[in-house]
Design a protein around this ligand. Structure first.
Ligand code: ATP
Ligand code: MG
Length: 583
């Protein structure tokens, strides 16, 4: 598996924690279960083959990221292969836009599907001919039949959890008759729902999925890749095991809701192996718990609703838990890999707290992101004794723990912007920043003493005045003579870079916005996006789209990858420096 080395195993500098899926693979490797496999040309096949099989009916979300990191990550870690498969067997909801966005998301996360054996990008729709042949085989072998009951009768005769189902009156149709009907289904002789192909298993099975499940249905619909070639389409439960087997998958990892489908998965592959379509060992399905993230929703259908109802500004809105959204929000591939590693793999459904995702971004960016000064809620500070036309250069490290990365320079002048919160006319207890009579350090600059403030007619503070101590400059000998309790950041008024800053926060106020059938739209956080005009240190004019920074004292920000331009800077807040939601 070729993978970008710098993107591996996130930034935790140790081997990934073991889990039951790793244990399973290691057991299979030890027993040599999949060791001797070859493809039809005699080329050896990897002993570990996984797949990531999204349906291209929406943008991927953080839950999919979990599946991607798991499937591609395990294949990488065990020298295997992970195939990228579009499960596009359902004609109506699928679109090329989604295919493109999914490819983009998986590659951005740091994975790819090429190895010495080739380019393992597949579309399930490419297997339609093979699937059709297999269905004909099952009919001929007596393992499937065409049922002509109405949908209502079929549902009624399926029984319930407490009652066995009833055999369809068409169940004992001769294979020849079923085959002829199936061919006519394919030829387009019937309307949607008139007939259906079912596996012949056991209508009394305690597992509803084994009560003669439907495997092919009539659907007169245009497919985004096969066009109008087909008017019958395979059901998911029939298609999925076949797709796995065609791609030589050894370990088919899926979420828990498919546990009850596993007996049919095994039944079908056994029948097809008997028919000579596949060689043993057959792919093995194993279930793990899906990722649920608090303060987010992970359902493509509901995310689509947010987009269609314009509650958010598209799939890549930085408030969205889509991969495109969190990417635009400023998350890195490494932070998401780290998050998935920390979320772990469980056998029972659980919720992972949003703070785990946010914490992964902080932990990834803290050692990497260059620092910058940004004043988000500006208030003017006038240094009355500062020379009128002086612009005195101050220096600051690009990164406090990496002196080798050099320093940045920005001037201090008579007027600087400070945060409105850094001044209080009448301080509260324990407030150490600016108030009349108090001294603070202007970070990387001078110590100043606050004298008074100016107010408008409504009593609102519009400027603060202070005097500075010329021998107190940071980095000079004199600076040690000044002991102050507060340090605040600032940007020179005439040099500041004006920027649009988008302060993003969690999209929902409820930790479980859609649990228990709740209307998730009633839990939207009205403050999840605030757009402000901020003043940045002048060197930020060189920021490139998608570049990440720590704005000192504020958090991690990214130059918006879509709208940022040197002529019109736009930054998104990924996450604040500290978690303000918990506790
Ligand atoms: P949704 O319910 O959002 O539509 P899905 O499961 O229908 O998701 P698929 O396109 O079928 O979406 O998913 C592709 C793969 O991603 C599947 O193997 C699925 O098991 C996995 N997956 C989807 N959601 C999650 C999740 N929340 N946690 C872990 N894996 C997930
Ligand atoms: Mg699905």
């Amino acid at each position: 598996m070729s993978t970008n080395a710098k993107n591996t195993a996130a930034s935790d500098n140790h081997a990934p924690a073991s889990n039951f899926l790793r244990a399973l693979i290691e057991g299979d490797l030890a027993s040599g279960k999949n060791a001797q496999r070859t493809d039809p040309n005699g080329h050896p096949l990897p002993a570990v083959v996984t797949r990531f099989p999204p349906e291209p009916n929406g943008y991927l979300h953080i839950g999919h990221a979990k599946s991607i990191c798991l499937n591609f990550g395990l294949a990488r870690d065990y020298g295997g292969r992970c195939t990228m498969r579009f499960d596009d067997t359902n004609p109506t909801k699928e679109e090329q836009e989604y295919v493109d966005s999914i490819i983009d998301a998986v590659q951005w996360l740091g994975f790819n599907w090429k190895d010495e054996g080739g380019d393992h990008l597949y579309f399930a729709s490419d297997y339609f001919d093979q699937m059709y042949m297999m269905a004909e085989y099952l009919i001929s072998a007596g393992h499937a039949y065409v049922d002509s009951q109405s949908a209502e009768d079929m549902a009624k005769n399926r029984g319930s959890f407490s009652e066995p189902g009833k055999n369809s009156p068409f169940r004992d149709r001769a294979p020849d008759e079923s085959l002829a009907l199936f061919r006519r289904m394919r030829a387009g002789d019937f309307k949607d729902g008139e007939h259906i192909l079912r596996a012949r298993i056991d209508m009394a099975s305690p597992n509803m999925n084994m009560r003669d499940p439907a495997i092919y249905r009539i659907r007169h619909a245009h497919h985004h890749r096969t066009g109008d070639k087909w008017c019958i389409y395979p059901m998911y439960d029939f298609a999925h095991p076949i797709e796995d087997a065609i791609e030589y998958v050894t370990h088919s990892f899926c979420t828990l809701e498919f546990q009850d489908h596993r007996p049919f998965y095994d039944w079908l592959l056994e029948r097809l192996a008997e028919g000579g379509f596949f060689k043993r060992p057959l792919p093995q399905q194993t279930e793990f718990a899906r990722l649920n993230l608090t303060y987010a929703i992970t359902s493509k259908r509901k995310l689509l609703q947010l987009v269609e109802e314009k509650i958010v500004d598209g799939w890549d809105d930085p408030r969205m838990p889509t991969i495109a959204g969190i990417r635009r929000r400023g998350f890195t591939p490494e932070s998401i890999q780290l998050f998935c590693e920390r979320a772990g793999v469980a056998k029972a459904d659980s919720w992972i707290d949003m703070s785990t995702l946010e914490g992964a971004l902080r932990d990834d960016l803290d050692p990497k992101a260059p620092r910058a000064v940004a004043v988000l809620k500006p208030l003017k500070l006038i240094i009355d004794n500062f020379p009128d036309n002086l612009a005195d250069d101050c220096t600051a490290p690009v990164h406090p723990h990496h002196p080798e990365r050099g320093h940045r320079t920005f001037p201090i002048t008579k007027e600087v912007w400070i945060e409105a919160d850094d001044f209080m006319e009448t301080p509260t207890k324990g407030y150490f920043r600016l108030f009349p009579g108090n001294k603070v350090r202007l970070r990387y600059g001078y110590v100043v003493e606050c004298t008074h403030c100016d107010k408008d007619a409504d009593g609102k503070v519009i400027a603060v005045h202070c005097t500075y101590f010329p021998d107190s400059k940071s980095g000079t000998e004199g600076s040690a003579n000044y002991k102050v309790k507060g340090t605040i950041h600032w940007v020179s008024v005439p040099h500041a870079l004006e920027a649009e800053v988008r302060l993003y926060d969690r999209l929902f106020t409820d930790p479980n916005p859609d649990a228990g059938g709740k209307d998730f739209k009633s839990a939207l956080n009205p403050n999840a996006k605030e757009v402000i005009t901020a003043y940045l240190e002048p060197g930020m004019r060189h920021a490139l789209a998608d570049e990440k920074f720590q704005f000192e004292r504020h958090g991690y920000f990214v130059a918006d990858r879509v709208e940022h331009a040197a002529t019109r800077p736009v930054f998104n807040r990924g996450v604040t420096l500290k978690d303000s939601w918990g506790k």
